[in-house]
Design a protein around this ligand. Structure first.
Ligand SMILES: Cc1cc2nc3c(=O)[nH]c(=O)nc-3n(C[C@H](O)[C@H](O)[C@H](O)COP(=O)(O)OP(=O)(O)OC[C@H]3O[C@@H](n4cnc5c(N)ncnc54)[C@H](O)[C@@H]3O)c2cc1C
Length: 493
């Protein structure tokens, strides 16, 4: 008997979200986490983008995140401000919330949902065959072997699982050195969000919480070695050389150094081993996208893996995880490369920034960049079909006989949904043989058009088939509904 149906290595935001998705579908999940306790010092990610808030809302768990964060109406592209207020989303803003809080809130939902979490448990070896995966785990009491049907490496940028599975990690090396300190400042700049580019590099100061600031410098004249120590004095010297002041920094809570290496796993799956989050992609934290990308990987993978484990769909469904999510991260890597190129401080780059700064004043440019960094415009390739196919469904106002008033509420259970917006029973009858996996919901739509990222206003179709991740798998009447049901949910019962 296996120790779990799925073992997830790493209880960062990606691993926690994946475990939640798997538990929602009833999968027996074991999370293995190397760290003895959840970190409270490494603040790392500073915010959740619109699409991440949407996926949490789709599961009915967004409330505590909204309460713990603060809305910021703007985002940025390489420090050039973007206005998010026109987003076609219920959440047209960036939610300022530190990664430590995101992890705590996720953990508070994952454990009661029934996931098992073992800390001080480091994955150090793996072996797989057609029947399953055997994972070697090192802990305080020595090494043991655990078995599962699948292993997902959510173990961060230096992923052991990726290395052990022999998956390549090609990309581009670092070209700059960034230093970061979460510190107290005796003499902070006046602006709550402050950034400047000077001859010696770029500097930004962001107030994280009252009395607590994040100071970040970027220097382009050298690439520091990965293991060079970083001290308060290193950060202070970098600030002095760029800005001529260290803002009276003291009492560091977290100091870090990173570069802009951008790399991506060549395959997101090797047999029974999969990768998600930073284990699958790393890039410069420009525009605040990494955590968001990982959470969305998890939401794409969770229901597919659960369906394969339950025997509803063939293993080939897992290949769509790579074909859908690899291009999404590839685009993020490209946009972060563009952002770091634009952050350079030479006069040619300054001229280019001025041009882009003017372009961003055009609504279409602002919207294009905003919907890209917030991942609202992600569309999965579904082949020929309805123009809405592959897009995420909007959280449109509807009315159902059971009193639901918006689309996202229908996705709380993490099941497929056939949303029938007609007065007839034709679509519901067609989906009936999938009733164990797909809910049929009859509703009336409050509007006759949905406003979609990158598409604009689109007439509301008579019916849509929604995957558990909220993406539209089929819309009436383009293509076969039974065909789409079989493709995404397996053969009819
Ligand atoms: C300064 C900075 C600012 C950032 N800002 C943003 C931002 O604003 N927005 C954003 O979206 N992203 C941001 N990011 C990126 C974000 O922090 C990462 O993308 C995110 O942490 C990835 O989550 P993850 O769960 O995939 O990996 P991680 O958070 O790295 O979690 C991996 C987990 O796996 C565990 N682990 C590692 N090896 C093993 C093993 N062998 N066995 C078991 N467990 C293991 C680790 O202990 C860790 O808990 C920022 C990053 C940095 C450094």
């Amino acid at each position: 008997m296996a120790d779990a149906e799925v073992i997830v290595a790493g209880a960062g935001p990606t691993g926690l979200m994946l475990a939640y998705e798997l538990r929602l579908a009833g999968v027996d999940v074991l999370l293995l986490e190397r760290a003895p306790e959840r970190g409270t010092v490494e603040s790392r990610a500073g915010g959740l983008h619109a699409r991440t808030m949407e996926v949490l809302d789709q599961r009915g768990i967004l409330g505590p995140f909204l309460e713990a964060g603060r809305p910021i109406q703007a985002g940025h592209f390489s420090g050039l401000w973007l206005d998010f207020t026109g987003f076609p989303s219920r959440y047209p803003y960036l939610l300022g919330i530190l990664q430590t809080k995101v992890e705590r809130l996720l953990e508070e939902r994952v454990l009661p949902a029934g996931a098992r979490l073992r800390r001080s448990a480091e994955v150090v070896g793996l072996r797989q065959d057609e029947a399953g995966v055997e994972v070697e785990v090192a802990g305080p009491d020595g090494t043991e072997r655990l078995s599962a049907a699948y292993l997902v490496g959510c173990d961060g940028g230096r992923s052991t699982v990726r290395r052990l599975a022999g998956i390549g990690f090609p990309g581009t090396p670092a070209t700059l050195t960034a230093l970061l300190g979460d510190v107290e400042l005796a003499d902070p700049p006046e602006d709550l969000i402050f950034q400047e580019r000077r001859e010696g590099g770029a500097i930004s100061v962001l107030q994280l919480e009252p009395g607590w600031y994040r100071v970040m410098t970027q220097q382009y004249d050298r690439v520091a070695g990965r293991d060079e120590p970083v001290t308060l004095d290193t950060l202070r010297q970098a600030c002095l050389s760029i800005a001529g002041t260290d803002y009276g920094m003291h009492t560091p809570r977290w100091l870090s150094r990173f570069g802009d290496a951008a790399r991506q796993a060549s395959a997101y799956r090797s047999g029974r081993v999969l990768l998600a989050g930073d284990a699958a992609h790393v890039h410069f934290p420009a525009g605040g996208q990494g955590l968001n990308l990982g959470v969305q990987d998890a939401v794409n993978l969770g229901w597919k893996l659960a369906s394969v484990v339950a025997g509803h769909t063939p293993e080939s469904l897992l290949d769509t995880y790579h074909s859908e999510r690899h291009p999404v991260a590839e685009r993020v890597l490209q946009n972060t490369r563009a952002q770091t190129a634009l952050s350079r401080v030479d006069s040619h780059t300054t001229a280019l920034r001025e041009v882009l700064g003017k372009l961003i004043e055009f609504d279409d440019v602002n919207r294009y960049l905003g919907e890209m960094v917030s991942a609202l415009d992600v569309r999965y390739p579904m082949g020929a079909g309805h123009p809405l196919a592959g897009h995420r469904v909007p959280d449109a106002d509807i009315e159902t006989s059971s009193g639901d008033t918006r689309v996202f509420r229908l996705l709380h259970a993490g099941r497929g949904v056939l949303l029938d917006l007609t007065a007839g029973a034709e679509y519901g009858a067609a989906a009936a043989p999938w009733a164990d996996r797909v809910d049929v919901v009859r509703a009336t739509s409050a509007a006759d058009r949905w406003v979609m990222p990158s598409l604009g206003a689109v007439p509301v179709p008579a019916a849509v088939l929604l995957r558990p991740d909220g993406h539209i798998a089929w819309a009436a009447d383009a293509g076969s509904l039974p065909g789409a049901l079989t493709r995404w949910f397996g053969p009819p019962r």
